[in-house]
Design a protein around this ligand. Structure first.
Ligand code: ASP
Ligand code: MG
Length: 416
């Protein structure tokens, strides 16, 4: 017998028919002797619908009031699922976040979980009940309802699993796992049986479509094994088969080290590059350029500073394409004159491609294999950055898909 947390996304909860299927699946696990806590999302489209209503009233609704209503989709889901379980003869009880309670800070619309009280839930489980808890929502110190950011039910589920010291957190979703790259770009992309937390974080551009990235951080911090698996299978397939399906996000030491050196190819299409030319090469310049950019809440990713020539250097960095205009305005505004730069150049038609894998730690030559592959395709590299388990290059966006496909092949990631 184990304590297991199930999380079901909006699609899985999309109609009463589907909710009945979720109940059948949950009941199957309970019948096998496990203690089950279920964390559902709102029915698909519901959170968007509610936020849309708020925007009909005012363009910038008060975040506290927005959370008050945005959290309600999950409350409907837990009640319906609890009923669906009762309808097939299970004892079930639903709770909103404040009833557990799941305590968060007061950062409305993007609150962080601070603590989860396990007493009530443990008592219910011991009494044989299935416990159904709202995803996405919590309560702050003053009793205000908060939400955890879009897609936050994943984080709720992993946090609840960690608080209850569950054996595993199963995230049921409409995809059947995490792939070596986006199957829409590479048709023979392969589903990974396991991926480490660190790789999952590095593959955010792929992974975030599957999981809210904060949930992966949570899983890593609390060492909570988390599995992404399909909710579209027949709910009554054998439990053993289901328990080993999908992709397990795990710890390096737990995964099979026989695996390939590279785990996946991540990419992000919408990047932009900014170069500040002819800046004096002296202490404080990087700070004077990037400080105002950070103050404008713009996230900077890759950064390089060239070798200086006659005391002058060029400074290049990337920002998300959507932030390009804002970043340029900041730089052209006060920064350029202040630091005495010659000019500022930009390129909004660039993309980032990364090879990711913990195997890189124990293998040399990954970077050169990557660069050779790109050169064989005639793809020019504009910038390079590396971490212990990732090598990223910035390239012309025209070649992004070609780069992903050739790297996927060169590192032997395709399905057998
Ligand atoms: N219902 C919320 C959303 O749509 C939370 C979630 O689904 O994870 O973002
Ligand atoms: Mg989601």
């Amino acid at each position: 017998m184990a304590l297991i947390v199930h999380k079901y996304g909006g699609t899985s909860m999309g109609s009463t028919e589907r909710i009945k299927n979720v109940a059948k699946r949950v009941a199957k696990w309970h019948d096998a002797g496990h203690q089950i806590v279920v964390v559902p999302s709102a029915m698909s489209g519901e959170t968007n619908r509610i936020i849309g209503l708020a925007k009909e009233i005012m363009a910038q609704p008060d975040p506290r009031e927005l959370d008050m209503i945005a959290s309600t989709g999950e409350q409907v889901s837990v009640g319906l699922l609890s009923m669906a379980l009762q309808a097939i003869g299970k004892q079930a009880v639903s709770y909103a976040g404040w009833q557990v309670p799941i305590k968060t800070d007061s950062a409305y619309t993007k609150a962080r979980i601070e603590s989860i009280d396990d007493a009530k839930v443990k008592a219910d489980l011991a009494a044989g009940k299935i416990v159904v808890i709202t995803g996405f929502q919590g309560v702050d110190e003053q009793g205000n309802i908060t939400t955890l950011g879009r897609g936050g039910s994943d984080t709720s589920a992993v946090a609840i699993a960690a608080a209850l010291k569950a054996q595993e957190c199963l995230i049921y979703t409409d995809v059947d796992g995490v792939y070596t790259t986006d199957p829409r770009v590479v048709s023979d992309a392969r589903r990974l049986n396991t991926v480490t937390f660190e790789e999952m974080l590095e593959m955010a551009s792929l992974g975030s479509k599957v999981l809210q990235i904060r949930s992966v951080e949570f899983a890593g911090n609390y060492r909570m094994p988390t599995r992404v698996l399909s909710s579209l299978t027949d709910p009554l397939i054998p439990l053993e088969e289901e328990a080993n399906s999908g992709t397990l996000i795990s710890f390096e030491e737990d995964t099979n080290m026989e695996q390939a050196t590279i785990t996946g190819i991540a990419f992000s299409r919408d990047e932009a590059k900014i170069t500040v030319l002819g800046v004096p090469d002296k202490p404080g310049i990087a700070y004077q350029i990037l400080g105002p950019v950070a103050d404008a809440n713009i996230e900077v990713d890759m950064i390089i500073q060239n070798q200086s020539v006659e005391g002058k250097t060029d400074f290049t960095f990337t920002v998300p394409r959507g932030e390009y205009a804002k970043a340029m305005a900041v730089l052209e505004g006060s920064v350029k004159a202040h630091i005495g730069a010659a000019s500022i150049a930009g390129d909004t038609k660039v993309s980032k491609v990364s090879v990711v894998g913990v195997g890189m730690r124990s293998h040399v030559g990954i970077a050169s294999q990557m660069f050779r592959t790109l050169s064989e395709e005639g793809i020019n590299i504009l910038m390079i950055s590396t971490s212990e388990i990732k090598i990223s290059v910035l390239i012309d966006e025209k070649y992004m898909e070609l780069a992903v496909r050739s790297l996927h092949k060169a590192f032997g990631l395709e399905s057998a």
